[in-house]
Design a protein around this ligand. Structure first.
Ligand SMILES: [Ca+2]
Length: 148
């Protein structure tokens, strides 16, 4: 009598359409989860909790449901060579600080390679320092003064 052990290799990755956005700009995150096998995966769950500085706007997915409050993307089954995609649009609500967005994936089956189950992506928003403050020729103008 032998037991056949079910083994999968789920991988997750993430891209963003702009790693150097402006303050209050909307940016689009794309998260892909793929099953490299050899077996099908069930109860696949992804944690994609938006960090401070990213405000949720909307999302779409081809598989499962995403809850922006809990950050849980509940995919369910991912068969071998299938890819599930989640696209999230966020607004950048923090400037001058790096923002790291982490995602990780789990499944019921044993994943023989856990190193590709987590993906971090960091964006660097532009500073909102108003250049006009720095470039005023006269920082304390009087009424009638000409400021260049
Ligand atoms: Ca894996």
């Amino acid at each position: 009598m032998t037991f056949v052990r079910v083994i999968t290799n789920i991988i997750v990755n993430k891209t963003v359409n702009n790693t150097n956005p402006n303050y209050l700009e909307n940016i689009t995150w794309t998260i892909n989860v793929k099953n490299l096998g050899p077996d099908n995966a069930t109860n696949v769950k992804v944690t994609e909790l938006l960090p401070d500085g990213l405000t949720y706007i909307k999302h779409t997915t081809n598989n499962g449901t995403y809850n922006s409050t809990t950050g849980l993307w509940n995919i369910g089954n991912v068969n071998v060579d299938e890819t599930a995609t989640l696209i999230i649009i966020t607004q950048v609500t923090k400037d001058s600080h790096n923002i790291t967005n982490t995602v990780n994936v789990t499944s019921t089956e044993k994943d023989w390679n856990m190193t590709n189950n987590v993906y971090n992506l960091t964006i660097v928003p532009n500073s909102t320092d108003l250049s006009i403050k720095k470039e005023l020729s006269n920082a304390n103008p009087y009424i009638g003064d000409t400021i260049t």
